[in-house]
Ligand binder design. Structure first.
Ligand code: SF4
Ligand code: SF4
Length: 199
C-alpha cells in the first residue's frame, strides 16, 4: 500500500506534463495578428461604405430608411435638396450628413438590407477599435467610397440627357467629358471669383 502511494506521488506531476507534451505536437491555433491578416469570408459584415454611381455622384438619397432599420440607433442621417449649382446625387435629395456610431453598431447588416438604392453596403474591413468614443463616430467623408477612374468628385452636374432612372438602368458608365467639380457652397466653399473679390 505504502509502495503504491509512493509511485503515484511520483507519477502525478509527470502526468501533468503529459498534457503539455501532447499539446506541443498538435496543430497550432495561434493567429499571428496583426502581422498576418486573416482573410475574412466574402460576405463578412465589416465597416460600411457609401457607394457612388459610375460618374462619381452619390447613391445615397438621404431617405433615412437605414437609420430607422437600425436596432442599435447607430445611424444619423440628414437629407437635403440638390440644386443645379450643387449636385451630389442624380435625383432630388442627397445625404447631407451621414454618421455611423461604431460604439453602438453591432454589424448586423439590417441597415444595408433597408437601403433602397444600394448606397449602403458593408466591406470586409474589421479593424474598427479605437481608444476614443469620438473617433468611433464615422462621418460621411470617411464612409464615402473612393473615386475610381471615370469618376469626378461631388458636387457635379448630372450626366447630360440622363435622369435618375437612367442611372439605375446602368446607362451611365462614367462622367461625361468636361465634367468638373462644382463649388460646395453649402459647406462654406467659395468659388474662384468670390475669393478674388475677398483678396
Ligand atoms: S449594421 Fe446593424 S447595428 Fe450597425 S448600423 Fe447597420 S443596422 Fe445598425
Ligand atoms: S444609405 Fe440608403 S437607406 Fe440610408 S439614407 Fe442613404 S439611401 Fe437612404
Amino acid at each position: 500500500m505504502e509502495r503504491r502511494r509512493t509511485v503515484s506521488d511520483f507519477q502525478n506531476p509527470v502526468a501533468g506534463f503529459g498534457v503539455t507534451f501532447k499539446a506541443m505536437f498538435k496543430k497550432r491555433l495561434t493567429e499571428q495578428y496583426p502581422e498576418q491578416q486573416k482573410t475574412t469570408a466574402p460576405r463578412f459584415h465589416g465597416r460600411h461604405q457609401l457607394n457612388r454611381h459610375p460618374d462619381g455622384l452619390e447613391k445615397c438619397v438621404g431617405c433615412e430608411l437605414c437609420a430607422w432599420a437600425c436596432p442599435a440607433d447607430a445611424i444619423y442621417v440628414e437629407g437635403a435638396d440638390n440644386t443645379d449649382e450643387e449636385r451630389y446625387s442624380p435625383g432630388e435629395r442627397y445625404g447631407r450628413v451621414y454618421q455611423i456610431n461604431y460604439a453602438r453598431c453591432i454589424l448586423c447588416g439590417l441597415c444595408i438590407e433597408a437601403c433602397p438604392t444600394r448606397a449602403l453596403t458593408m466591406t470586409n474591413e474589421f479593424e474598427l477599435a479605437d481608444s476614443s468614443r469620438a473617433n468611433l463616430i464615422y462621418t460621411k467623408e470617411q464612409l464615402l467610397a473612393g473615386l475610381e477612374e471615370e469618376m469626378v468628385d461631388t458636387p457635379h452636374a448630372i450626366f447630360p440627357g440622363m435622369d435618375e432612372q437612367d442611372y439605375y438602368r446602368g446607362l451611365v458608365t462614367g462622367a461625361a467629358p468636361g465634367t468638373v467639380r462644382q463649388t460646395a457652397t453649402s459647406k462654406g466653399e467659395k468659388d474662384d471669383a468670390d475669393e478674388e473679390v475677398d483678396a
